[in-house]
Ligand binder design. Structure first.
Ligand SMILES: Nc1ncnc2c1ncn2[C@@H]1O[C@H](COP(=O)(O)OP(=O)(O)OP(=O)(O)O)[C@@H](O)[C@H]1O
Ligand SMILES: [Mg+2]
Length: 258
């Protein structure tokens, strides 16, 4: 099983949208059995791919796993895609994780070992912070994909992210950066220049930059329809962008060294 964490400490860079669409494409077009992990207490991913969770009921989701109890992947609306769901109780763990660390830092890594024969690819949607979910995710992941919005805040934030990932390699020495995925890219010349600059800077650091995901109103529409883009907008340019990204990622056997 290949395990990819979708991560950026900055909020709103299309981590969740990337996790959803990557999972849908891997399942449908590459016949992969996909396990999604919602490591974010906002639970955006869980709400998107399931019919909604009954309040206050423990469902054997991701936070149960981090507490050391049993977890069960739930079915989603997509064939061949299951999810380890998040709920708001993950937030309590986030608070304790920052002060006393995680009680079970390897819980997700150990769990993935037990389901190795049931899934081909695990995609983890990380929160925009170094919270409990992110720590467990990085400990379990083979690689990180870093979706990035092309603005100065995002680009400066990335240096910080690299530093944090270096620290995480103390927990998981094999963690690789699969690459940075520029998201919400406008077609104007300023953005194209920013993209070229980014590509150049990352190449110098021996980090791969995936082509790009264009900005499109179809993404917001797909969140209302609660459908991945390959279903809600099969012919859209943005759908093509996500397909191309997955094609790049699938072909990348090596990943890039940090
Ligand atoms: N390519 C795109 N074009 C237009 N809008 C987009 C695109 N990608 C994402 N969005 C929108 O940007 C917003 C943020 O996306 P998303 O929730 O995936 O980000 P995130 O990184 O997971 O955020 P958070 O850090 O809060 O978890 C959403 O409203 C989403 O619909
Ligand atoms: Mg998110």
């Amino acid at each position: 099983m290949r395990t990819t964490a979708i991560m950026n400490l900055k909020g709103g860079t299309a981590k969740t949208v990337t996790a959803i669409n990557m999972a849908a494409i891997l399942a449908r077009d590459y016949a992969q059995r996909v396990l999604l992990v919602d490591a974010d207490s906002q639970a955006n991913l869980t709400e998107f791919v399931t019919e909604g969770l009954p309040d206050g009921i423990s469902l054997g989701g991701f936070s149960d796993l981090l507490r050391g109890t049993e977890a069960f992947p739930m079915p989603t609306k997509m064939q061949n895609v299951k999810i380890l769901a998040a709920d708001a109780t993950l937030m309590e763990l986030d608070v304790t994780a920052t002060t006393t660390g995680l009680a079970h830092p390897m819980a997700l890594a150990d769990f993935l070992d037990t389901v190795e024969d049931r899934f081909d690819w695990c995609v983890i949607d990380c929160p925009p912070a170094f919270s409990a979910g992110a720590l467990a995710a990085l400990a379990a992941a083979d690689e990180v994909v870093i979706p990035m919005k092309l603005d100065a805040f995002g680009i400066r934030g990335m240096a910080n992210l690299m530093e944090q990932i270096m620290n995480m390699r103390r927990v998981n020495a094999d963690l690789e950066v699969a690459g940075v995925l520029p998201t919400m890219v406008y077609p104007d010349p300023e953005q194209q220049k920013a993209l070229e600059d980014l590509r150049f800077r990352l190449a110098r650091a021996q980090i791969r930059t995936f082509r790009r995901i264009r900005r499109s109103p179809k993404v917001d529409q797909s969140t209302f329809a609660q459908e991945a883009l390959i279903y809600s907008s099969p012919k859209g340019k943005i759908t093509h962008d996500y397909k191309f990204f997955v094609h790049e990622l699938v072909g990348n056997e090596e990943g890039g060294e940090i």
